[in-house]
Design a protein around this ligand. Structure first.
Ligand code: CMC
Length: 440
């Protein structure tokens, strides 16, 4: 039996049961599964036999699927990709090696990696019709808006790779997406600032190629800086996957209808854009700019604590991490390295960020609610130091997360329990009523 199927089979061998006693005294036995890591899971699917649903807004206690890709322990501040700690991958792997690991489940051998890298690199270009399509948008359009449209439209250009039931076709479209999303993101940016688009350079690594497409012009090449390339590589690795978060769940829900991969990833990008999710890195920078001066911080914190107009400290807090975000620890070190390297450690925005971090870690309001700086608090500062415009921050998150999305989408299609996702509801609308005639 294949490893993933075997692991699912092992986890689903129910050794324990939970008993639910209904108000009429009826007892319902529900199997409990023990995952490879993490708390036990109660299988509530038998509730449908007695016409009952569970209610869990925001899915705080609901496992929507089984998955072998990423594991998070929010209390320990632990994040594993295919069993490997994120800290080790950030230190020892490249982003493309991490992509291989996530998609295939194992670190690549040198020969496997050579083929994988060659395939991704070979697909970085897009047809000129895609470039024409980008040119149809208003200049100044937000790159995320352009990406949602263009990536969704890739099905119109690459229709031969959208047979979702065929493994070879799924692999091909998954790799095309990993390769082309950075090109489309950089082209959207270049177009928005009125510069000619830069074509990918296949002799560069993944991060370096992206910086080239962002910053080179036909008149001047991009000047390579290893510290910045390494920092971007780390940002890509840290954001590559994160279990069943909002955008990944969106991709899975779209995927459950057998929608084509380009439509599913476009749905994921749309979901990522919100400031409570991937849009947070952009929101952090906007917040730091709004604060403006270190002296203004106490007033700002007062507003956050009073919940003025739903104001939140952007880049703080996480649904799952209630101790610390392990990605934030890695990003914090990278942030200091980059700012030192660029001699920006006296930068005003960075000083405001450090002071916010200090106050939040000492303030009772944030301690009580376990609101720690998350990865996007630091990644926004690093991206700004690299020279990436704020409007591209979430696009960079989307470039990183594409591998996570396609991995979950592919895993979902291999799942023996694959079926359309169809949540139910607690109906609170009007009871049955009669329509009186509206004819006049
Ligand atoms: N600033 C101030 N108060 C906050 C914040 C914050 N950033 N986050 C949560 N709270 C408060 C919230 O007001 C509530 O207080 P009370 O109990 O008094 O009503 C309490 O903490 C619990 O909040 P919640 O909304 O129930 O928490 P959640 O788990 O549903 O939300 C979150 C998680 C990430 C959406 C939220 O912490 C947030 O909005 N953070 C800011 C946005 C952000 O940085 N998002 C990036 C997350 S990391 C990247 C990614 O994985 O997408």
């Amino acid at each position: 039996m294949k490893k993933d199927l075997y692991q699912l089979y092992e986890a689903r061998k129910a050794k324990k049961h939970a008993t639910l006693i209904l108000p009429d005294g009826q007892k319902l036995e529900m199997p409990m599964y023990s995952p490879a890591l993490g708390p036990d899971v109660i299988d509530i699917s038998s509730l449908k036999k007695v016409d009952l649903f569970t209610y869990d807004p925001g899915f705080v206690a609901t496992a929507s699927c089984s998955s072998g890709v990423t594991y998070i322990d929010g209390d320990r501040g632990e994040l594993l990709y295919r069993g490997y700690p994120i800290e080790e991958l950030a230190k020892k792997a490249t982003f493309l090696q991490t992509c291989y690991l996530l998609y295939h489940g194992e670190m690549p051998t040198p020969a496997q990696f050579k083929t994988f890298k060659h395939t991704v690199t070979r697909h970085t270009m897009v047809t000129e019709r895609v470039v024409d399509f980008i040119k149809g948008f208003d200049t100044g359009a937000h790159p995320m808006a352009v990406m949602i449209a263009v990536i969704g439209a890739l099905a119109a250009f690459y229709h031969e790779w959208i047979d979702v039931k065929d493994q070879a076709s799924r692999n091909e479209s998954a790799l095309r997406l990993v390769a082309k999303v950075p090109t489309i993101a950089a082209m959207s940016y270049k177009y928005s600032i009125g510069q000619p688009v830069m074509y990918p350079q296949n002799n560069y690594g993944f991060a370096e190629n992206f910086l080239h497409m962002m910053f080179a012009t036909p008149c001047e090449p991009y000047k390579s800086d290893k510290v910045l390339i390494d920092a971007l590589n780390r940002i890509f690795i840290l954001h590559a996957d994160h279990e069943q978060n909002a955008s990944t769940s969106t991709v899975r829900l779209a995927g459950s209808t057998n929608a084509n991969p380009f439509a599913c990833i476009s749905a994921g990008i749309a979901s990522l854009w919100g400031p409570a999710h991937g849009g947070a890195n952009e929101a952090v920078l906007k917040m730091l700019e709004e604060i403006g001066e270190v002296e203004n911080i106490p007033e700002y914190i007062k507003g956050v604590k009073a919940g003025v107009a739903g104001k939140r400290l952007m880049g703080f807090g996480h649904r799952v991490y209630k101790n610390f975000d392990p990605r934030a620890n890695v990003m914090r070190d990278t942030c200091h390295q980059v700012l030192k390297h660029l001699k920006l450690h006296n930068d005003k925005t960075f000083k405001i960020a450090l002071e916010l971090e200090r106050i939040a870690l000492e303030d009772e309001y944030f301690i009580k609610r376990k609101l720690y700086p998350n990865v996007d608090f630091y990644s926004g500062i690093v991206l700004r130091a690299i020279g990436i415009p704020t409007s591209m921050f979430t696009a960079i998150f989307a470039i990183s997360r594409t591998i996570g999305w396609v991995t979950h989408w592919n895993e979902q299609h291999k799942d023996p329990e694959f079926r359309i996702g169809r949540p139910r509801q607690l109906y609170v609308g009007d009871k049955r009523r009669k329509l009186t005639s509206t004819k006049r």
